[in-house]
Design a binder for this molecule. Structure first.
Ligand code: 5GP
Length: 187
């Protein structure tokens, strides 16, 4: 049996980059691919970034109990497919990169799940990182910062909190957590 890890953290904190590094350096880990009802963006392929489903398909899969957790963001459904996660866990550890609400749902359904939150060294740094992206209006940015505050307020519900001040150091810390928890599972 592998261990199930959820990695979450506010937008702009660098969690996507960290997860990519983890996967690259340890091919024995499995990364869960979520289902969504949103349309694919340019360059996205079905089964790679997401499994793209129609709303009807998604709803019938919710009714069939196919998701470990699911949520709605910006008018679209997103969910973690239960069967993929369960099959992978028989032989290796699995990483889910999902938001705080989804993370807490997974923990409720599977209390063994290890929740890891990536946080910025301080709020100001995150504000600067989000501003640096330059892809949002002032209003959107203010909304995102409110969301960040909400997410950070839930960090006490997480098993581990990793500060991303230095990317390599944060990556090593995550690898240590994964090794420790996976060893306990006996993989
Ligand atoms: P995007 O459409 O930009 O790829 O993702 C929008 C939001 O959906 C992000 O906050 C992302 O973390 C969240 N998300 C992606 N996959 C899942 C999932 O399987 N479950 C939940 N709860 N949220 C997800």
């Amino acid at each position: 049996m592998g261990a199930l890890f959820v990695i979450s953290g506010p937008s702009g904190v660098g969690k996507g980059t960290l997860v990519k590094l983890l996967m690259k350096e340890d091919p024995s880990l499995a990364l869960s691919i979520s289902c969504t009802t949103r349309a694919p963006r340019k360059g996205e392929r079905d089964g790679k970034e997401y499994f793209f489903l129609s709303r009807d398909e998604f709803v019938s899969r919710i009714q069939a109990g196919d998701f470990l957790e699911c949520d709605e963001h910006f008018g679209n459904y997103y969910g973690t497919p239960k069967s993929f996660v369960q099959t992978q866990l028989e032989t290796r550890s699995v990483i889910l990169e999902i938001d705080v609400k989804g993370a807490l749902q997974v923990k409720e359904n599977a209390p063994d799940t290890v929740l890891v939150m990536i946080v910025p060294p301080d709020f100001k740094t995150l504000e600067q990182r989000l501003a640096g992206r330059g892809s949002e209006t002032e209003e959107e940015r203010a909304g995102r910062l409110e969301r960040v505050k909400y997410e950070l307020s839930l960090k006490d519900k997480y098993d581990y909190v990793v500060v991303n001040k230095n990317l390599q150091r944060a990556k090593r810390e995550l690898q240590k957590i994964i090794r420790k928890e996976t060893d306990q599972k006996g993989v």
